[in-house]
Design a binder for this molecule. Sequence first.
Ligand SMILES: *[C@@H]1O[C@H](CO)[C@@H](O)[C@H](O)[C@H]1NC(C)=O
Ligand SMILES: *[C@@H]1O[C@H](CO)[C@@H](O)[C@H](O)[C@H]1NC(C)=O
Length: 312
Amino acid sequence: MLTTFILALAALQPSSVLGRQLQARDTISNDNYPFCDPATNKNCIVGGKYLVPQLDFSIENDVGDVAFKRYLPTHTFTISQWTNHKMPEKCYYWAVTADQWVATDFRVYNVTFSDCSTPFVVCYHKKATKTINQISTEISRLPVKIRQATSMYLVYGDADSDNNNYRGAIATLCDDGIIVGRSSFYFATSLIHETGHAVDCTLASPDAVHPGHGTEYSSGTAWHNAVVMDGYAVSAYGAGSYVEDFADTGRAALLDNIYPGGLAAFANNNPNLTQITNQVTNFKSVVGAYYTTGGTCDKTKKFPYPTDLVTV
Ligand SMILES: *[C@@H]1O[C@H](CO)[C@@H](O)[C@H](O)[C@H]1NC(C)=O
Ligand SMILES: *[C@@H]1O[C@H](CO)[C@@H](O)[C@H](O)[C@H]1NC(C)=O
């Protein structure tokens, strides 16, 4: 079975170091601003147009990231390190086989949050610059109803010299319920975007058998029609593909649900906000109920705890 691999950029400034880090594995990040040019990228949606002025919600410490930190409460958690010299098979496959990190450089933890009795597994590389506590705090901020679309977090070292074969930033392996990336990319708005990919093939999927994954909602005509009807992607990064536009719409929908006064207030009544109405409305009609704070994870929806293990 093929596993979907979505390389998803958290930070979207094409001129930045972050943009360059992704180029090795991201086919759409070579464009100069404007981010998506249909002449050079055939995946470019709706003619490459996107909401302008842009919603300021894509990089660490920008207005959106600060809003997520302010309005998404963290949750307490317990951490329990594995001592059986095993790691989940999917963690081994992606981190060691695919991304060529050294298996014995990882510590494996169960992290159990106060709002979900099923533990999440964190495969944590010893060179990561954020501690397991910091990583768990960032994950705890994700609304549990979308966090439940994941089961594992692979946390890598941050320096290129930690692994000369890895040049990624952060990504989502939707079919496996995995978010994977450098520890420096574990911050609020980045995780909201990535979790949007996890939601895409699980909670939003038209054919997933829960708890499990299916076809991405963003690949279907309902989503495509909403985008085409609007004629503008939600963001410059979203203009790169329907799947990225879906994940970025998750940021907008969440702000609409949690920000005082909703998305319009967040965007200072951006006169062009009407250009993304169909996408935000469609997104909220499918998974908006999950993009809220509070509650607990649902056993019938929670992406399963990984039980297939390998010895390291
Ligand atoms: C609204 O969008 C149009 C079309 O993209 C653009 O020309 C215009 O400058 C935008 N308005 C503002 C206030 O940025
Ligand atoms: C991790 O959680 C699983 C599932 O609940 C449990 O079986 C296992 O014993 C836990 N391991 C540790 C080290 O806490």
